[in-house]
Design a protein around this ligand. Structure first.
Ligand code: PFF
Length: 452
């Protein structure tokens, strides 16, 4: 019998999937978000909890998502429905896929705005305006950018257009090639930045902040943020990895590929942290400065190091590429589903998804300037979307995926779908998705709403 293939095609190899999934995982989450939320939540203890979540919750759920996608070979909504019916469960599991589609829209709407900042910084670093700039000068350049809604809208529009064009052409073509060159170069540049950080007099202090856990600095809300970020950074809980899994050929070890992806993703985040915090302390900046943290620290380094304008430009170009390879995976579940559901072309589906996302993004733009004072439950529009998606929707999606893989799918079926032998790794995986991951998410939720 011929191997079952998704109607949207298939990756050419194991490496292609690894590249695409790593492209999805490594993005603004690692370089922009991880440092600033680690800074806001006191550093070490937060980082340790985040690492624990990656290992105990993220990796098993990533395996589950990939497995569900590959086994069903359908978009997340139909994949959940098909496998639920196949396992004798209700077809309402499809709503899990649908929640993922919605989460993708919401995340991309603000992701694109931040990617726009990175684009603006390509131009600014390229023009050499950071050369010799002080921390104050760099901060005021950042303020100038985010307080200008029209400029932000221009960059947001450009980023959304690029995303829509790539998605309209199909996620496989250019992506494979781009990520192949992108990842190694990004690593090299991060090492250059860490090298710079080593030469500041605050390298030890930066590393201590990042790796020396002080649990008195973290509360239930911080633990939720750390867990939510584990989902966000690995692109879990919303079907992105599931849809990529549906294009994955058989005979590829899901366990090994997942480890490789999670390891690369974590390394990028830790390198970014090790580059940024020494700069923060060397310049007397605030680790909890918020979403502007990298934009207010890295330019100082680029302004001081030899060849900084060149390195800086390249760095922000790579950051934009990393954002594109993530943004296409944020919208791909929606596009794949809409194409099938409404029988429209990939081009049309991309266009409509892009338009809706672009529109929601205007709210995030406003939340940094004209709408700064508009609060929902005490949060700006951007903070609200971030909280709702990263801290609630993704962990909830992940929790349900774990329950589905662990309790609804029969053991034999999941083992077959993972192409694993009846050994320790399979047993460990099954134990984690059945008990540890769901329980951990549940407990963290309860802690965050102060029930526990
Ligand atoms: N993992 C991406 C990052 O760290 O930037 C963000 C992301 C992509 C989240 C895809 C969720 C997703 F489905």
């Amino acid at each position: 019998m011929a191997e079952q293939v998704s109607i949207h095609g298939q990756w050419s190899s194991r490496l292609a999937f690894i590249l695409a999934a790593t492209g999805s995982a490594v993005g603004l989450g690692n370089i922009w978000k991880f440092p600033y939320i680690a800074g806001e939540n006191g550093g070490g203890a937060f980082v340790l909890i985040y690492l624990g979540c990656i290992i105990l919750i993220g990796i098993p759920i990533m395996m589950a998502e990939t497995m569900i996608g590959r086994h069903a070979r359908l978009n997340p909504v139909n994949a959940m429905k098909k496998l639920a019916l196949e396992s004798g469960a209700r077809s309402s599991w499809k709503y899990l896929g649908l929640m993922g589609v919605v989460a993708g829209f919401l995340i991309l709407s603000y992701y694109s705005v931040i990617a726009g900042w990175a684009m603006a910084y390509v131009v600014r670093t390229g023009a050499g305006i950071f050369e010799g700039a002080t921390a104050d000068g760099v901060a005021s350049i950042f303020k100038g950018l985010i307080s200008d809604p029209e400029r932000l809208m221009g960059w947001h529009t450009l980023f959304m257009l690029i995303t829509m064009l790539v998605v309209a052409r199909g996620v496989k073509g250019g992506l494979e090639k781009a990520v192949r060159f992108l990842m190694p170069t990004l690593f090299v540049l991060l090492f250059v930045l860490v090298g710079y950080a080593m030469n500041t007099d605050s390298f030890d202090k930066g590393l201590m902040f990042l790796f020396n856990p002080d649990f008195s600095k973290i509360n239930g809300a911080g633990v939720l943020t750390a867990m939510g970020h584990a989902f966000f950074t690995l692109s879990l809980g919303m079907g992105a990895i599931m849809v990529y899994g549906s294009y994955l050929p058989n005979n590829v070890s899901i366990a090994k590929t997942t480890f490789a992806i999670a390891a690369a993703d974590t390394l990028v985040a830790l390198l970014a942290g090790a580059a940024i915090f020494p700069i923060v302390f060397a310049n007397g900046l605030e680790p909890g400065a918020g979403p502007g943290l990298i934009f207010q620290t890295l330019p100082i380094a680029f302004g001081q190091m030899p060849g900084g304008a060149l390195f800086g430009t390249l760095f922000f170009v790579l950051l934009v590429f990393a954002a594109i390879s993530s943004s296409i995976s944020l919208i791909e579940p929606a596009v794949a589903w809409i194409m099938e559901r409404f029988s429209i072309s990939r081009g049309m589906a991309s266009f409509w998804c892009g338009l809706v996302t672009w529109f929601i993004g205007l709210g995030t733009i406003a939340s940094f300037n004209i709408g700064e004072e508009v609060k929902f439950f005490g949060l700006t529009f951007f903070d609200l979307l971030d909280y709702l998606t990263a801290n609630i929707m993704l962990p909830l999606g992940g929790l349900l995926i774990a329950l589905f893989a662990g309790w609804i799918m029969l053991a034999d079926k999941s083992r077959e779908a993972l192409e694993m032998k009846e050994g320790f790794v399979f047993m460990a995986w099954r134990f984690l998705v059945r008990f540890i991951a769901p329980l951990a998410v549940f407990v963290v939720f309860l802690k965050a709403i102060k029930v526990l």
